[in-house]
Design a protein around this ligand. Sequence first.
Ligand code: GAP
Length: 507
Amino acid sequence: MTAPNNISMEELVSLCKRRGFIFPASEIYGGLNGFWDYGPLGTELKNNIRDAWWHDMVRCPPMGPDGEPVSIVGLDSSIIQNPRVWEASGHVGGFNDPMVDCRETKSRYRADHLLCLGVKGDDQAQIYAFVENDDESLASARKRLEKYIKRKLDDEELDVCPFTSLSTDRIAATVGPGVKTAGTLTEPRQFNLMFKTFVGALQDEESAAYLRPETAQGIFLNFNNVVDTMRVKVPFGIAQVGKAFRNEVTPRNFIFRSREFEQMEIEWFCHEDDAARWFDFWCDTRRQWWESMGLTSDKVQMRRHDADELAHYAKEGCGTFDVEYRFPFTSPDYGELEGVAHRGNFDLTRHQEFSKKKLEYFDQQRNERYAPHVIEPSAGLSRGTLAILCEAFTPDEERASKVFMKFQPRVAPIKAAVFPLVNKDGMPEVAAKLHQDLRRRWPVQFDAKQSIGKRYARMDEAGCPWCFTVDSDSLNDQSVTIRDRDTLSQDRIGIDKVEGWLAERLT
Ligand code: GAP
């Protein structure tokens, strides 16, 4: 798995574990597929991305296309809601993925993630299923196909087709991933992705409830509450960041597709006539935001959903755009980072219907009562964290660490480090004082262990932009060196200037 900038996911995952960004959940019990824990640096990084989004979208959003300031308010709704919510939203009936089971290995695959490898022009031969974007699975399918036809195959002789295009007869002639004989894969079957639980002491259907599969519904449920309490006027938005849960059949690619993840969602309420203009605005705004967070523009693209990909709520004719990023494991293709959907007034009218409560807005200017239309920029915080980790990962053979994390200072989990060059001659005391002063304002680390080279290497892997070192000259001239993570340049600065110097770059 090699990315355009030669980063390997294995090396990134290993760095994330080694430096305390991300650990497998319940690791001491062998882990749990699809669940991850964020370590000390990962938590800071993710919180910084979340805070940047909240600042840039909720507190200080860009001006709207009408030249008026955009108005967005925040919300933090429950993860578990009345189960009727998910009937109204369409998730009980429609939040399904077609799944394929292997009767032999008991593995379950998303049908649209399976591809089949065969020999061009030979419709009778066995074909071999493999998992999309999984080089190992593809290599194994090819090896078994070559064994079956008893010769090596050139690339041009190979034929790849989606599993979803197969007839029942061809499914019977398909050999599943990691299996030797054909016919162990089932036809695709629907499978609901919501996690079910029970509320209260009794565990029966009456007490069944669901962990939310998206944060969005909590926003629609509180539409009246926000309108009644906040003096908001259409157009306006409600934003929410929080956990969502999906019982994904094939969680994979590190935190890209997990079963517990975080979303940053905005529901933008507007009049139907203005929806197209706001849709364009949000597509542009959200793409630009990801680029402002350091994702290079050649790795970011907007892609319109094909008709067969549209979610049940997407408004006919308007569709959905994804902001996509070229992740190492999708390269040269792209993977979804955020969806911007025109949901029409599907959600408000469905909740009206199911709850029998009016969810409408009286527009004084138009003298009209209506259920507003909704544009929804729905971003993955976990996926965004992964994209930023991938982007920051910079191999550099010249450095002791061989790699450094080139985070923007805004998202860097540690903003600066303070070191005494050696642990004597008064240097630790001066460094400790500087550290105490700086940590009041930012996450700043003090490190006096091991050689200075090893300490720089540690900070390079943590993505810390600047290191301040107290050396023997510091005691005479009251100055320290600043080492820049990216250029490796070393300058001197007065100790009393350090805080202002950092503030200029971090505020
Ligand atoms: N409310 C709309 C909605 O939830 P979605 O496209 O299903 O739309 C929005 O999800 C974003 O949530 C995705 O673009 C992705 O970044 C993130 N996401 C969805 N499923 C995920 C998963 N299993 N693991 C990590 N992130 C996920």
